[in-house]
Design a protein around this ligand. Structure first.
Ligand code: AMP
Ligand code: MG
Length: 445
């Protein structure tokens, strides 16, 4: 009898064989969700110039010293400075320039008096409200009465106060979410060098399978797995290609996989890996001459590119893993029952995808929780069991969360899977769990 593998041994074998994908340069929005390969250095100060944080008047502080409602400082308004303005206004003694939020602080001015601290100006000009843009420096005229003093730099955002040139904007390994994409845009980067999203080809096998939307004949069932796995791959950040169901014919399956390799960074199959008469995946992939790639590979070809294993695990006992084709593309062959396929995805495929994407950590977080419900659970000794659970995080009163098993151990129970938000991870040596016992939970969020 060949060896029985633990979940950890199988996962480690997979992760040992997989390298992060080569970096590519992508447009900023295409890089969303991807991992930065290098530190990004700030090329120039942000903000690039001193600018106003308020709508108001740019002034010299000495001119408004001691100003009050009763004794306002009266300044003559020399024009408008709108955001985006490149006007060459200089504020002299006794003068003020009407300024909009974000507009550059004009030479001569030291601070900005918010419009609320003034009478709003008495002179003419385009409008009482600030113009969106004024081409005419003389947009605002007349006088403004200032009711409060300002200290130097008040209501001024200093050049470089956000980030300074030469500093690290984002570290290598950062995942680009909306805020990070925003920062790259703000510092003027139109592209980012990242690990691309892996392309995952998803196939299910089984002559009994019919695409959803099609009527079932006798003995047929709808193909759930290629949908579960495609959705899960997409959620993990990959670009999935759902090939759909392939009949239980080894030659067709082998040819289909070979055709798909061109667009695959990873291949996932379901079904056909147990010990039955129609274990098509095993038959198609364990052929010595399958997927050897080019002539050079033939010289030092691996005898079995894909290794099929028995894991001490429930569900998901039969698993296969290998590197196939000229590019040695990783393939994970998952068992056919939908719950087994999904649990196997979570345990093995997701970490593999995260490794390809250069994302850390590759495994999901775990938490401890108390088993809720009235019934004790029995678990097969010698096997690591992953039950489906409904997890409630800790509340204000309780320090640990609770988890309730949903559905039974049956790996065909996809309805219960759809009610679950977590997996309950029961160690190999545990045979029984009573309500209130502490368990390890893998939240699926
Ligand atoms: P297999 O390992 O191929 O014998 O599949 C195990 C069980 O899972 C069988 O009852 C299959 O009918 C079922 N099964 C396999 N593939 C799928 C699928 N894509 N969708 C739903 N059930 C499946
Ligand atoms: Mg099958």
């Amino acid at each position: 009898m060949s060896k029985t593998w633990s979940v950890e041994e199988h996962l480690e074998d997979i992760l040992r064989s997989i390298r992060p994908l080569d970096p590519i340069e992508l447009n900023l929005l295409d890089a969303q969700g991807c991992t930065l390969v290098d530190d990004v250095i700030v090329p120039a100060a942000l903000p690039p110039f001193d600018n106003s944080s308020m709508d108001g008047y740019a002034v010299r502080t000495a001119d408004v010293e001691g100003a009050s409602e009763e004794f306002p400082a009266v300044l003559s308004v020399i024009g408008d400075i709108a955001a985006g303005s490149a006007d060459e206004l200089t504020v002299g003694s006794g003068e003020a320039a009407r300024i909009m939020t974000g507009a550059p602080l004009p030479p001569g001015a030291e601070a900005v008096v918010p419009v609320e601290w003034t009478d709003g100006g008495t002179g003419g000009g385009p409008a009482d409200s600030m113009p969106a843009h004024s081409d005419a420096p003389e947009g605002a005229t007349g006088q403004v009465r200032v009711h409060r003093p300002v200290h130097p730099r008040q209501h001024v955002r200093a050049k470089g106060s956000d980030v300074k040139p030469g500093t690290v904007a984002l570290k290598a390994g950062t995942v680009l979410g909306p805020a990070q994409v925003g920062l790259l845009a703000a510092i003027g980067r139109g592209t980012a060098t990242v690990r691309p999203r892996p392309r995952v080809v998803v196939l299910s096998t089984g002559s009994e399978l019919v695409a959803p939307g099609e009527p079932l004949g006798p003995g047929q069932i709808h193909d759930a797995n290629s949908f579960v796995l495609t959705a899960a791959a997409r959620e993990a950040g990959a670009i999935p290609y759902r090939v759909g169901a392939v009949a239980d014919d080894a030659e067709t399956l082998r040819a289909t996989i070979e055709d798909q390799l061109i667009r695959a960074d990873l291949v996932v199959t379901s079904g056909g890996v147990s010990v039955g008469a129609y274990d098509v995946v095993k038959e198609a992939l364990s052929r010595v001459d399958a997927f050897r790639g080019g002539e050079e590979d033939r010289m030092d070809a691996v005898a079995d590119p894909v290794e099929f294993r028995r894991l001490a695990m429930q569900p998901g006992k039969p698993q296969g893993f290998g590197l196939i084709g000229p590019d040695r593309t990783p393939i994970l062959t998952l068992p056919g029952n939908p719950v087994s396929a999904y649990v196997s995805f979570e345990l093995f495929v997701r970490p593999a995808l995260r490794t390809l994407m250069g994302r850390q950590p590759v495994r999901r977080r775990t938490v401890r929780a108390r088993l809720a419900g009235d019934d004790a659970l029995s678990s097969p000794e010698g096997k690591r069991q992953f039950l489906r659970g409904d997890y409630t995080p800790p509340g204000e009163e309780d320090e640990t969360g609770t988890v309730r098993a949903v559905g039974g151990a049956g790996s065909h129970l996809i309805a219960a899977l759809a009610q679950a938000n977590a997996l309950i991870d029961i160690p190999e040596k545990t045979g029984r769990l009573a309500p209130g016992d502490e368990v390890t939970v893998v939240p699926l969020d």
